[in-house]
Design a protein around this ligand. Sequence first.
Ligand code: DSN
Length: 414
Amino acid sequence: MSLHVQDPAVHKIIQEELHRQQTTVNLIASENYASEAVMEATGSVLTNKYSEGYPKKRYYQGNANADDIELLAIERAKELFGAAHANVQALSGSPANAAIFGAFLEPGDTFLGFTLTGGGHLTHGSHVNFSGKIYSPVHYEVDKETGLIDMEAVRALAKEHKPKMIISGFTAYTRVVDFKAFQEIAEEVGAIHLADISHIGGLVAGGVHPSPFPFTDVVMTTTHKTLRGPRGALIMCKEEHAKAIDKAIFPGYQGGPHDNVTAAKAVAFGEALKPEFKAYSAQIVKNAQALAKSLKDNGIKILTDGTDNHMVILDLCPIGVSLGRPGAVALENAGIITNCNTVPFEPGSPFKPSGIRIGTAMMTTRGMREPEMEQIGKWMASILQDMDNTALQAQVKGEVAALCTRFPVYEGLG
Ligand code: DSN
């Protein structure tokens, strides 16, 4: 029985979400529009199977198809990134990172990661997260003047604290990360280097951000951001770490893999292996640079004055401290979806931050280019400089809806 007949209440909410995604300008840097093929695989009969273990080494019978799909996903992931080993079972970025900690660290061990306010992730040592509660984090921060990660400061911290693991990677940083320098520092102090490329996985795959392969010990990426696959994660590593990673994922931290999502990962990796994906990744970055320029030209301060990736971070401090959330709400009223974010050395608080983070992966998927980015930047600047102007928000919302109609998405759904 189809969903709309069996459960109209759930069907209605999903239809409303489809409408929201179709009629708004989505600039959440960690989201994307997965293809209909990816979503078909996610909704397939593989959702019904249990397959604890790894291909050909399962605990239940009936896993021939689950084996085939996992092996296909692994092969495609290795080809896409040039990785020696891939584990495609991690359910999402945070559990993937938890398993990586479990593979290499004991409770109490010291590791080095990026501060949350500077651009790191909760799992890079926040005191409210497992990473900060179970292990002992030491943090590097961006340079106050340049806004960039200072590799000499990272080296000095590594030498002083002798961490067991060093994490490179971020959720809110707009410049190229020097993975080679991180690996060298890790080798100097005998640490494991984890490159968390959750945000830029698609850009690395598309060749528009320097790759952490083949020299990095362990690389983790989520599969649903710039990589445009299903919600999930992928861990890759050097052959010498393969056993530790696989054991940490199962039986260490997870039970049965989600075979339907594994199938969808295989589809997404297949899409990313096509030449069109290189062009897509390059356009994501061009769009982010065009959007950053438009915002700047219209009076908005941008962290590091621009971007090398899919992301732009607006520093609203010149307009007012702690205006990130009201700014994001004003933008949502105008049909532009963003998230408030801390800025380095945040003068507000994590709950009342002073920045807004945006990204261009979704609008690039819809086919928008530089001219549309210029227009979106103008709309955003006018809203943010006059946050209480509800008439302006309503006017822009209409214009946003008209723009979205010109760049349809999911026309076959609904
Ligand atoms: N929530 C993700 C992001 O937006 O970056 C990270 O977990």
